[in-house]
Unconditional design. Structure first.
Length: 401
């Protein structure tokens, strides 16, 4: 009989801290995006902000993955969460003193991106230590519900804070949201000796990195799943990264409408997480194929739509599809890989997922500013359908042991 996830005490403790930190992530994202658009009114600058916040995970995420397979993950998570809190506080001080400019926002975006790259590598390899293999896919789905509940709530909090008190207060609140996570991480009890015993042979740093890449390439299922998440992140989710521009250019609305669109995206992701939390492992792959292809169709429809109310529904669907792709690929990879390579392989997944969103944000920003929204979204949506159709065809999922 499968044990209840309610009995996974370490995991539930971790969730208590994540309730706050995920709110901070979305408050910060929306505040920075809106500030950049308000300063520049340029889709390219907005896309560059998203690029610098998320692309560093492609460059340094796999490097952190090697470190994660060697170090104490809980201690690393504590240090990184404190650093993220400090970055939010520093940004708040600069904004409050009216010292912030677009280039400063880009610099902070880069530093935040680097720090989040480290935390993602730690988080993706830490969570499997908190739950049993039988509850792995359910834990991943719950994480998605939690993260995207914050996507629903966080932007609304940010919108209220920006309207009433300004961006400095919103950024200060985002930094404070990491402090409860730090306290929770200090309370976790992990069997470090068991993890050390499960390690594979340790080589030089570069050799360890290449060993992880070779392992991922040798597994046909993992290669296809990595291709799916790359396609979903770049083509299926790129639009979500330039919403501050889209809400102004397409609908002529302000920060309240941006909060509504971002919250609609969060709602779509929550629904996806709830559905996936009750889905059997065997049904993950068919759901993944449908969502990966469906994202392209939704993107095309968004490019042809002119009504804000319809846009809300389409953004919700697009986020639903993106969440299914993220949760399903992560669950299927976590179950199928060798634990000795977990940090490195999941860092590759994270690099493609987060870094792909950065590339997608920059790509969508450049193309929409110079080629318009309609044609750009229709063409990229069609490309998404073709790549997703190929990537999800002819693969079989491995059952959890």
């Amino acid at each position: 009989m499968q044990p209840s996830i309610l009995h996974e005490r370490n995991y539930l403790t971790y969730l208590c801290g994540s309730l706050f930190s995920t709110q901070g992530v979305w408050i910060q994202r929306m505040t920075l995006g809106w500030m950049m658009w308000d300063m520049t009114h340029s889709e390219t600058w907005l896309g560059l902000l998203a690029f610098l916040m998320f692309f560093p995970v492609v460059l340094v995420g796999p490097l952190f993955g090697v470190l994660v397979d060697r170090i104490n993950r809980r201690r690393a998570a504590v240090v990184i969460s404190l650093l993220l809190s400090a970055l939010g506080a520093s940004l708040a001080v600069l904004v409050g003193a009216s010292l912030i400019e677009p280039l400063w926002l880009l610099l902070f975006a880069l530093v935040i991106g680097m720090t989040n790259s480290a935390y993602q590598a730690v988080r993706l390899s830490l969570v499997p230590e908190l739950v049993s293999v039988a509850n792995m896919s359910r834990a991943v789905a719950i994480n998605a519900i939690l993260f995207n509940s914050a996507r629903f709530i966080g932007p609304m909090i940010a919108g209220v804070l920006i309207n009433l008190y300004g961006g400095a207060v919103a950024l200060a609140v985002s930094g404070a949201c990491y402090l409860p996570l730090t306290l929770v991480l200090l309370c976790l009890k992990l069997d470090e000796q068991a993890r050390k015993d499960a390690k594979g042979p340790q080589r030089r740093f570069l050799a360890d990195l290449l060993a992880g890449v070779r392992y991922a390439r040798s597994e046909a299922l993992i290669v296809r799943l990595l291709l799916v998440i790359c396609c979903s992140a770049i083509l299926g989710r790129g639009l979500l990264e330039i919403l501050p521009a889209a809400v102004d250019v397409l609908y002529g609305r302000g920060v309240e409408a941006l909060a509504m669109l971002t919250s609609a995206a969060g709602l779509g992701s929550i629904v996806a997480g709830l559905i996936l939390s009750g889905l059997s492992h065997a049904r993950l792959l068919p759901a993944l194929r449908l969502a990966a292809i469906g994202a392209g169709a939704v993107l095309m429809l968004f490019g042809l739509n002119e009504r804000f109310e319809v846009g809300l529904g389409l953004i919700m669907l697009l986020s639903f599809c993106a969440t299914v792709c993220g949760v399903a690929t992560q669950s299927l990879i976590q179950v199928s890989l060798d634990g000795a390579y977990r940090g490195r392989v999941m860092s590759l997944w994270g690099a493609l997922n987060v870094g792909g969103g950065a590339v997608g944000g920059l790509l969508f920003g450049l193309l929409t500013e110079h080629g318009g929204y309609g044609l750009t979204l229709v063409l990229l949506g069609a490309l998404n359908i073709l790549v997703a159709w190929y990537a999800t065809g002819g693969v079989q999922a491995r059952a959890p042991e």
